[in-house]
Design a protein. Structure first.
Length: 153
């Protein structure tokens, strides 16, 4: 099952103005900004750590696609909640067997070297749910993360 909330994704109209709001008003600090390809639409993503989760600001200039369609129908706001999982393949298969509908019907590469899969919004009260499995560059990196997680529990 899920281990923790990994991040909350928020669609924004203007990345620079949004970063300024979150940093000035809430004191958050941008850890990383990257551009990712979300099913053919280039998306700018800013990560701001807050305790054990990240606030993830999402901005796209694409006319169509997941984020553009969300923005057209709902405007700015919370787009998804991401839950970290230990084994995304296993959970993906189990949920499909239970009838859960996934966007793209597959696991995709996500930001920061993760693997992810999104539930369709109607599955969870209109909120997109992202399952995230972190990749590790080394065994030491995985051990360090596990030790940090155990200290926090």
């Amino acid at each position: 099952m899920v281990k923790a909330i990994e991040h909350i994704g928020i669609v924004v109209k203007n990345m620079d103005n949004s970063i300024e709001k979150y940093t000035k008003l809430l004191g958050l600090v941008v850890d990383k900004i990257e551009e990712v390809d979300v099913q053919g639409a280039i998306t700018r993503v800013a990560f701001m750590p807050l305790g054990s989760i990240d606030i993830e600001l999402l901005f796209t200039t694409a006319e169509t696609g997941l984020l553009a369609d969300f923005f057209k129908t709902r405007g700015e706001g919370i787009h998804h909640i991401a839950f970290e999982v230990e084994n995304i393949e296993k959970m993906f298969e189990e949920l499909q067997l239970q009838g859960v509908k996934f966007m793209w019907n597959k696991i995709i590469d996500g930001s920061r070297g993760t693997r992810c899969a999104f539930f369709e919004a109607e599955e969870m009260n209109g909120v997109y749910i992202e399952l995230v499995q972190k990749k590790f560059n080394s065994t030491d990196e995985k051990i360090a993360l596990n030790e940090a997680t155990m200290k926090n529990n």
